[in-house]
Design a protein around this ligand. Sequence first.
Ligand code: AP5
Length: 232
Amino acid sequence: MCSCRDKCSANRKESTEVLSAADRGIHLVLLGAPGAGKGTQAKHLSAKYGLAHISSGNLLRDELTRGTKLAAEIKGYMDKGQLVPDSIIIDLIINHVKGLESPNWMLDGFPRTASQAKALKAAKELYLTHIIELQVDQEAVVKRLGGRRFDPTTGNTYHVDFDPPPADIADRVIIRDDDKEEVIRERFVIYEKNKKLIADTFGDAVTVVSCEGLSIEEVSARVDAVIDGRQE
Ligand code: AP5
């Protein structure tokens, strides 16, 4: 093992099993608080790098929309902004990713607990190439989420001011049930509680991208730099 600590890719590979994109496609995890912009950046990354977008929140909302057997089990948690149990979400996500045809994918909203992070790390065939945390100021995000609009047909996210939905879908976008201030604050509390536990699992493989005061395009440029290996 190389003796230099932080920037050394040899160390990162050995200690975290995170491989470079050049090795075997892009397998990206996007971490970040509620409203940090994970879904927004996922839309950009899908278009730019052809990544399949696996959003745990969208998969769960799809179960609710379809009124599946699982829907009754998860609705109460989601309405209150609480995490659905690991026993449900881990299998749902890991099986979904294993079934993908695309060699390039990104996870948005998973992992969110230490158990989820450990399960992902233990699934060796799902080796990760990038783990990016979008870092935001929580108060700014609480205000921002008030303008969020969600397209239930595509799963895409918009904002009335910063990223307005195109005119042809403006009638079908909705306000998410969990975008009420008290529910948003509960989601923040849970995120903060679990953040360190996830960081403990992945260690220095996590690249933090500060999004403070940046436009959507400026954040995209920073994320692209990480993926392309241009970040200092
Ligand atoms: P989920 O859907 O994953 O919600 P979340 O993590 O709370 O994340 P959000 O979707 O709220 O935010 P985001 O980071 O994607 O931000 P966005 O891009 O939309 O989860 C929902 C629920 O499902 C959970 O509460 C839980 O119950 C359950 N769940 C999901 N995953 C689970 C798991 N792993 N385990 C257990 N339970 C789970 O951006 C927000 C807004 O800001 C948008 O309007 C956007 O247009 C705008 N915006 C984005 N970037 C910028 C910018 N730079 N400047 C200005 N506006 C911006």
